[in-house]
Ligand binder design. Sequence first.
Ligand SMILES: O=P(O)(O)OC[C@H]1O[C@H](O[C@H]2O[C@H](CO)[C@@H](O)[C@H](O)[C@H]2O)[C@H](O)[C@@H](O)[C@@H]1O
Length: 274
Amino acid sequence: MPPLNLRNQQPGTPLNADHAWRTTAAHAAGTVLFFDFDGTLAPVDDDPTAVQPAPKVLDAIEALAPVVRRVAIVSARPVEFLRDHLGGLHGVDLYGLYGLEHSHSGGATVTEPAALPWVPTMAELADLARAELPAGTLVEFKRLSVALHWRTAPQLGATVETWGRAQAERLGLRVQAGRMVLELKPPVDRDKGMVIDEVIRDADAAWYFGDDVSDIKAFAALRARAAADPRFFGVCVAVANPETGQEVADAADLTIDSPAALGDFLTTALAHLR
Ligand SMILES: O=P(O)(O)OC[C@H]1O[C@H](O[C@H]2O[C@H](CO)[C@@H](O)[C@H](O)[C@H]2O)[C@H](O)[C@@H](O)[C@@H]1O
């Protein structure tokens, strides 16, 4: 197991991942495990519709779910997408569109009511993006957000970003930068940090695994909880990548090489928690 990055850790916490899992095991019934989806559970692909979780990841999560209090996927993807791509995982909560949607343990998808009036605006924005942005831009319409991708045409990044930020200003939307993507969202107060803050209120421990800048807000929520309650044990884990990897690793306690390595890491964790 790699060493923890102690720069961000609260004093007195364990020195390595094995030790961190053993500490977690003592509070397993009060532990929440959070996972981002793209770049964390699933390796990145040029085509956002073609991604699949890395080997071992789903089996490990399914085995961990009954051992801890909760497992939650916290993603910018819609809940339906997560449901389709997680192979019917049992006992797992899904938070989609940065928490604008959620589904608890296989239940119905609930959408944040304040966001619903923005569906027509987002649909029009997606149409406009397809009409105005240069060929090579990939426009992903997600009902309550529009993601503008340039992974297959990196030279378009600045153009797409300038266009997206101008549209956000014109329409009163919020922007979220990511890995070769700019996302436009309704002006509704909801992000990954807010989701984590709510879910861990009565938890004793939590781990968050993420690869992108939006995940840093989730790390911050764990840090804030640990600062307010020294008995709370939080671990922030980055998944390495060439785009946002350094920024996310700098905010994390520990960095894992890839989604595939996460599968092995969680399989090892199981031995500590069972
Ligand atoms: O919160 P997440 O689950 O990490 O979602 C973040 C974005 O993920 C997807 O885009 C990223 O992955 C794509 C597929 O590997 C890749 O082609 C793209 O370059 C990445 O930015 C997703 O398509 C976006 O909607 C999410 O915002």
